[in-house]
Design a binder for this molecule. Sequence first.
Ligand SMILES: [Zn+2]
Ligand SMILES: [Zn+2]
Length: 469
Amino acid sequence: MGVERRARESAAARYRPRRPSESVLYRCVQQHLETWLVKCRDGHDDEWSVPEHVGREFRRYLDCGILAHGFARARCGQCGHDFLIAFSCKGRGVCPSCNARRMVATAAHLTDHVLPALPVRQWVLAVPKRLRYFLQRDADLQGAALRLFLRAVESCLRAHSPGSGSAARLGAVAFIHRFGSSLNAHLHFHCVVIDGVFDATATGGITFRAATELDANAIADVQEAVRRRLLRAFARRGLLPGDDAHDMAHWEHSGGFSVDGSVRIAAADRAGRERLLRYCARPPFALDRLRELDPEHLLYASTKPGPGGTGPQILTPLQLLDRLAALVPPPRVHRHRYFGVLAPNAPLRAAVTALAPAAAPTPLPDPPAAEPAHRRAARYAWALLLARIYEVFPLVCARCGGEMRIIAFLTDPAAVRAILAHLGEPTAPPRIAPARGPPLWDLPDAGADHCHPHAQPAPEYEFDQRLAW
Ligand SMILES: [Zn+2]
Ligand SMILES: [Zn+2]
């Protein structure tokens, strides 16, 4: 059997159209969102207790990947293979597909363009509940705690990197996780730190001093330093009475402070670095852990006891919406931050990131550069539409490996309906259930608006099959 044919057949075997509206989560939000919004409003007199951006995230999620809202058509230049890509919501919190896309894109960017091919270590900090209470609510305090943590890590690395000067700096990317593995509020920090320090040379270059093996004592020292300094900082800010801070510094079993530095990735292990970055950038909610037990109960499975994990959760649909709403970050909050030589204004940043093992440059499918001014508006509209499908380019043909090109965007409702009708796909978006009166857990009407899971697309089209989440 020819290699090409095998490749074609395995691509066909992987073929799985993305049908977001069939997931347990989608059906839950579809059936219960309006009821949940009313419940939140009524629970707090006239005050709208759900921040506007949270309601917006949920509504946009219900539109994400739904072909009836419009789509792009992509075609393979080599074999003519043709498929449709629905618009994405690009959401930050609720939408599993966009969360996963963001995680992959973040890790790929950091691996290709930011982190040099040097060893890295993951440093994780968790703090006692009493401190988490304040951290959860105060973004400035989070930043201060993170800087304090990384200063302690930097001292440790300097001490363990032979030849380093007193001004040597670390390079780190930090991720603030606001949740544990059971969707419970549990603020903690994951930092990917280059395992060594950088000195500036007299000629404007950099020298990297690799750290020697860090033993358990070295990491325990960091934990003690962070514990001492963080408690002092909280006491100074008036968040803890001095006596309590003193007591907490002497609680047994490290008093709820935990620093883990046990995961180290070798310089040559580029794939391992990317995996670690994905792990750090992962969304708090995993769709494949959600199951419907019956129409009124969902099970959110726990994988392993992660930071603050509390085992499997059984939730009503409205409780699940409460949990998901809490996961939506405030607008304009960055998911990761750079420190030390990687900080945005650091003088050594360019020299360090230049050592990143850039993958092949990713050509953007822009129209030709030299163009008359009157076409610029059209190009801008095209770019906006490209952004809406949230794709990574180049698109690769699942059938022959050739390069796919976007040949059209369809946003005109009549044209969208006509094509979907031709394909036997639903021509209208799934219906959003209206709010129900109390008792709020009345059973929703079942099945009235399900799309057709077995509808066969006409042979000349296929759907985006590379996004199997
Ligand atoms: Zn989305
Ligand atoms: Zn092809």
